[in-house]
Design a protein around this ligand. Structure first.
Ligand code: DGJ
Length: 720
């Protein structure tokens, strides 16, 4: 990585470099820095090269346009001739609405990090921009606007956006709903804008999570790709735009509701971090940037904190919590090798179903006459960690908390917001409400040995007002503050972020969580898609993946144990099934799968995640390659019946092209079901040895798998 300031007396250009990415800024002023390039690495550039680059990237002035080329500023402004979405929208009672910032300072803040300051004295505004190009290739950007004028200033939007070149003409983003999160959609980027707005007050099942722009047909292993992710768990916007001027931008930020940010003189509004990534080699390159960035954090659960196999009680017992039954569930789990027992919803006062109890964070005395400690101690005595479900940001209509403090909810206009799951949102920006929840959680954590909180959030925010103004931003900040406080006060405490399944998967939350729950669907077929696309942002160790019961509760599909376990293997694995009722064969299968996971989790939780651009949509091929590229584990997954009579060869990407590898099928539970007269000869022989190049370019044949089956392939480097 390199952050070059080039120039004589003062810096004229900044060239940030990491991995295969370069960012070049023209900081000659007097206007805001111009972004000359964000994309492929440009190599070493001297001051003269950078000046030439500025020339080379300055466009002609066409007829019937402004007299000078439009600005390419880091924050786009109409005052500089930009007609797309402005970086800053706001006003001071109808004035100061079209600022023109001038650069005041460029500060270096460590390797790859710069802080840029600017001001518009006439409008009474200051601006600060933080840019960090991490060694991982991740570029984090955030802006902060300060009110330096005389009356209040209303901020309507402050966005971070970077230019994308004309060849980035195709978009990929995501949508979904409960139990079907992060499903991809692709289309060309026309002239105009593609805008994804979220007003759910939480990240959302349908949140795009990220927006990708690339050349037509970009795939997992090919094509240049530019990406943005907004690291925020409240309302947000992500967009791509291209104008007849040829300007293209990828941007995003917090979506502010009317009047939500009103700056008094001297106050500032800072955006969340926006995460930008560039890849010269397809979506896997973007995934690597995200994974490397997240893995570089000191708080990241790396191989030194192996991800324990989880038993979560939700689909096992739902609200049917019976102490004896739970003790037996814990016994069975431990006997199979489970390492963490998570008591889900239903353990606290009045919570016999989802109609009551949220907010009453006391162990229910009728369920636990001798206290919760008995179950917790039992789990620990069996060698398992203990996790507890909470939903701290919510309150049930039917709860002691609501009865005592009906005014502690987020609401607008004096009316009760539309219900969802019989609950309302507790206004955590209200200090008394915050203090109540904080002290309940602190007490629970101090009184019991709780290793992890599963932090749930089961409704969208509607009419989320705080003291008459929109309160989503304050609420999101308060939730972050509460988690940060608990982690600080109870060192070692882990957090799992859940939100009606996967409605809170974003880097704002991931910066303070050790695991996300990506979906309430444990249907292995649905999970193949959900995990694939969630995995573009998050490495496997952060994504909860559970083996559900034979018939999936959310879809009714019946799937073999081998398919369910092969799917749940590629993540932070667990079980969500009443295994006291599983057959002996099923238990033996689960125990063998757990051993396999334990043997391979170091590889899977530190290796590079790869996907083949498999030409048959009826199947996928994905895997994890160890950092030294000496071993890997792949899955060939038959999603549905192919239009081909025999499967298309599976390319195994990401290995060392010059190295030879032994590829062998492995069946931790059972071999997948096949429908064929004879398997490929190498498969019958039990293994094959080929070079990394052959495995990627030519691939290997695979048996004719029935739909909803997966074949695991273990790959090890072998001497010639
Ligand atoms: C939604 C979560 O996604 C589930 O896993 C479970 O914890 C339920 N909430 C409990 O209410």
């Amino acid at each position: 990585m390199q952050a070059d300031g080039a120039g004589s007396d003062r810096e004229d250009f900044l060239h940030l470099r990491a991995r295969d990415c370069s960012v070049v800024l023209d900081v000659r002023g007097p206007s805001l820095p111009a972004v000359l390039h964000w994309g492929a690495d440009l190599g070493d550039l001297c001051a003269a090269d950078l000046a030439d680059l500025a020339q080379a990237t300055t466009p002609a002035v066409a007829w019937s346009t402004l007299d000078r080329p439009p600005s390419r500023s880091l924050i786009r402004q109409q005052s500089e001739g930009y007609f797309g979405r402005p970086g800053l929208s706001g006003h001071r009672d109808g004035t100061d609405w079209s600022p023109l910032f001038v650069l005041t300072e460029v500060k270096h803040a460590g390797a790859g990090r710069v802080i840029i300051e600017a001001a518009d004295p006439a409008a009474g505004l200051g601006m600060r921009s933080d840019l960090e190009l991490h060694e991982s290739g991740m570029l984090r950007v955030r802006h902060a606007v300060q009110n330096q004028g005389a009356g209040p200033y209303l901020v309507e939007a402050l966005l971070a956006a970077l230019p994308i070149p004309a060849q980035a003409s195709e978009l990929l983003d995501f949508t979904g709903h409960w139990s079907r999160e992060r499903h991809p959609q692709r289309h060309p980027l026309p002239l105009g804008a593609w805008v994804r707005e979220n007003r759910r007050g939480r990240t959302g099942h349908d949140a795009t999570t990220g927006l990708f722009a690339g050349g037509p047909g970009f795939g997992f292993r090919h094509g240049e790709v530019w990406a943005i992710h907004v690291g925020w768990s409240g309302n947000h916007v992500t967009y791509a735009e291209r104008w007849p001027s040829a300007d293209g931008m990828l941007g995003g930020g917090e979506l502010l509701l009317p009047g939500e940010v009103r700056l008094e003189p001297g106050e500032e509004y800072a955006t969340p971090w926006m995460y930008f990534a560039y890849s010269s080699c397809g979506l896997d390159g973007i995934g690597s940037v995200f994974h490397r960035y997240l893995r570089s954090r000191s708080s990241h659960p790396g191989p030194d904190r192996p991800r324990p196999v989880v038993l979560n009680t939700w689909e096992a017992v739902y609200f049917d919590l019976d102490r004896q039954r739970l003790l037996e569930l814990a016994d069975t789990a431990a006997s199979l090798g489970v390492e963490r027992f998570v008591l889900d919803d239903g353990w606290f006062r009045h919570r016999r179903d989802d109609s009551a109890g949220l907010g009453d964070w006391y162990p229910d005395e009728t369920l636990w006459p001798d206290g919760l400690a008995k179950l917790i101690d039992h789990a620990h005595s069996l060698g398992m960690q203990f996790g507890l479900w909470v939903e701290p940001e919510m309150v049930s209509h039917d709860s002691d908390l609501y009865r005592a403090h009906p005014d502690w909810i987020l609401a607008a206009g004096g009316r009760l917001p539309l219900g969802r799951r019989n609950q309302q949102v507790l206004d955590l920006a209200n200090p008394a409400a915050y203090e109540y929840v904080r002290s309940r959680l602190d007490s629970l954590l101090s009184a019991h040995r709780i290793d992890v909180l599963k932090w749930d959030h089961n409704r969208d925010l509607i009419d989320a007002g705080h003291e008459g103004r929109p309160g989503v931003r304050l609420q999101t900040q308060a939730a972050y503050r509460l988690i940060d406080h608990l982690r600080h006060t109870h060192p070692g405490l882990e957090i799992e972020s859940s939100s009606s399944g996967g409605a809170r998967v974003d880097l704002g939350m991931v910066e303070r969580a050790d695991r996300v729950w990506p979906s309430d669907s444990n249907d292995a077929l649905e999970r193949q898609t959900i995990q694939l696309w969630t995995g573009l942002f998050l490495p496997p160790e952060l994504v909860g993946t559970h083996v559900g019961p034979p018939r999936a509760h959310t879809s009714g599909r019946v799937q073999d144990l081998s398919f369910r376990t092969s799917t749940a293997l590629f993540g932070h694995a667990g079980i969500e099934w009443d295994i006291t009722e599983a057959s002996d064969d099923e238990k033996a299968g689960l125990a063998a799968w757990i051993r396999f996971y334990q043997e391979h989790r170091r590889l899977m939780h530190s290796g590079e995640v790869v996907h083949a651009d498999h030409p048959d949509p009826a199947a996928t091929v994905h895997g994890v390659v160890s950092p030294d590229r000496r071993e890997a584990l792949y899955a060939y997954v038959q999603l549905e019946t192919s239009r081909y009579a025999v499967p298309v060869s599976a390319s195994l990407p990401g290995l060392d092209p010059a190295q030879r590898y032994r590829v062998e099928p492995v069946h931790p539970v059972n071999p997948p079901m096949v429908i064929q007269l004879r398997p490929p000869p190498w498969y019958e022989a039990g293994a094959i040895t080929l070079s990394g190049r052959s495995l990627e370019v030519v691939g290997i044949t695979v048996p004719v798998l029935a739909p909803e089956q997966a074949l695991l392939l273990r790959v090890k480097a072998t001497p010639r």
